[in-house]
Write a new protein. Structure first.
Length: 432
């Protein structure tokens, strides 16, 4: 514990000083928070999603997930960080500093929750999402999902299993593997063009697109720092035409790539707020990141514009009949409404209420996924647990935040979106 004497002494000194040097306290908190996140990452390979801070802040030891996490020592550091936060008088802070204080408080709470989970503490699904992501997902009944499925039954009339009918319908809209690169690069460049009309990006920002396999996710943005992202698309399962724009916007513009670039530029390089040099995956930051990335699809491609662009550009590039676009999006719009089925399946599985086989069957029946897709979905749940709620709960919270003022112009809406992705934000901020 010797190396943590300095922060503890600082807590004592700050508590004895009439006027706290806020910048100094925040700087101390930020540095030890980053080092703490990096150390937790030694015991959890998924935990540190991105880091572009000082090399000397990285732990000396190599990752060893088989080793027992030093819970007592790490939780003692959490306590020190919380005491430092409590030493700051919120009434004396400027608005952006208040956001910073809230952000650090919520992020530190999530790190604490993850440490406890790695040490063996059992959380219910709702306890886990509240500890890690600052939210509890809405609880929908089976009857709710069944009523939504009835709408799909009407949209896809016929005999036989609805999941099979939906799979057969969607198979007409698969992007051939030899056309994936062309279709996705075209979609990303268009998403970028549309985003740059409203958001000024740091000079030299860039990305590389790769197609990979044997992953539990469909797409991923690995932000490397200095305004550069590696965007990967998983080809384990067939990729449907709507995923081109969805992933181009979600992983790229104005989604994860833009989000990370702006945070690095505004928070780290301009403000020297070093807590943003690390991104712990299991934290409230992820709900903001995933929610804005999903809403970013709508920002770059409002529904009518999306259909028009796909019919004129992407459908032909993929060799898919553009005259079927309206029907495809009618059906996929109904499918999107049942996204909370995956949350319910995750909750039942992680709470031990359903077995692996029962969860797959439930996803087939209510999420209308074929067995292969349902199995892939379960792989994601097993790898990332309750993280799945960030996509739909995050989207709904961001949409509510973005659309409070129905009279905003398009320019004002983009300005509000840019503010959301370039300032310290946590989910509870969106509902206040």
């Amino acid at each position: 514990m010797k190396k943590y004497v300095l922060p503890i002494v600082l807590v004592f000194l700050f508590s004895c000083t009439k006027k706290v040097n806020v910048d100094e306290v925040f700087g101390t908190i930020a540095e030890d928070y980053v080092k703490l996140v990096l150390e937790v990452g030694m015991y959890d390979s998924y935990f540190v999603d991105a880091y572009y801070g000082p090399e000397e802040w990285k732990p000396d030891a190599l990752k060893n997930e088989d080793a027992e996490i030093p819970e007592t020592e790490l939780l003692a550091r959490i306590q020190v960080l919380n005491e430092l936060l409590e030493s700051i008088n919120l009434n004396e802070l400027e608005e952006n500093q208040k956001l910073r204080h809230i952000y650090l408080s919520k992020q530190i709470k999530a790190v604490k929750g993850r440490i406890e989970m790695l040490a063996g503490k059992k959380f219910t699904f709702d306890e886990e999402t509240f500890a890690l992501y600052d939210v509890v997902t809405p609880d929908y009944t089976v009857e709710h999902f069944e009523s939504l499925i009835q709408d799909l039954e009407k949209a896809l009339p016929g005999t036989g299993n609805l999941t099979d009918r939906l799979t057969e319908f969607k198979n007409e809209f698969i992007i051939p593997k030899d056309k994936l690169d062309t279709v996705f690069n075209t979609a990303i460049q268009e998403a970028k063009r549309r985003t740059l009309e409203y958001i000024d990006m740091p000079e030299g920002e860039n990305f590389v697109l790769e197609f990979v396999s044997d992953k539990p996710w469909g797409g991923y943005n690995w932000y490397k720092g200095n305004n550069f992202s590696l965007i990967q698309i998983n080809t384990d399962l067939p990729i449907f035409i709507d995923r081109a724009i969805d992933l181009a916007s979600h992983e790229g513009y104005p989604g994860h790539h833009v989000y990370n670039c702006l945070l690095e530029s505004n928070m780290v390089k301009t403000n020297n707020w070093m807590e943003f040099s690390v991104y712990p995956l299991y934290s409230p930051q992820s709900l903001i990141a995933e929610g804005t990335a999903n809403y970013g699809i709508e920002m770059a491609f409002p529904f009518d514009e999306k259909i028009k662009y796909e019919k004129e550009v992407l459908f032909p590039l993929a060799g898919i009949d553009p005259t079927k676009a309206e029907k495809y999006y009618e059906v996929m719009g109904l499918v999107a409404k049942i996204s909370y089925v995956r949350n319910a399946a995750s909750e039942a599985y992680l709470n031990g209420e359903k077995t692996k086989e029962e969860t797959i069957e439930w996803l087939v029946k209510y999420a209308l996924r074929n067995h292969e897709s349902a199995t892939q979905s379960l792989k994601f749940i097993e790898a990332y647990r309750s993280y799945i709620i960030n996509y739909n709960v995050g989207l709904d919270m961001v949409r509510d935040y973005m659309e409070k003022d129905k009279n905003m112009t398009n320019d004002e809406k983009w300005a509000r979106f840019e503010y959301l992705i370039s300032t310290p934000q946590v989910p509870s901020n969106l509902v206040e």
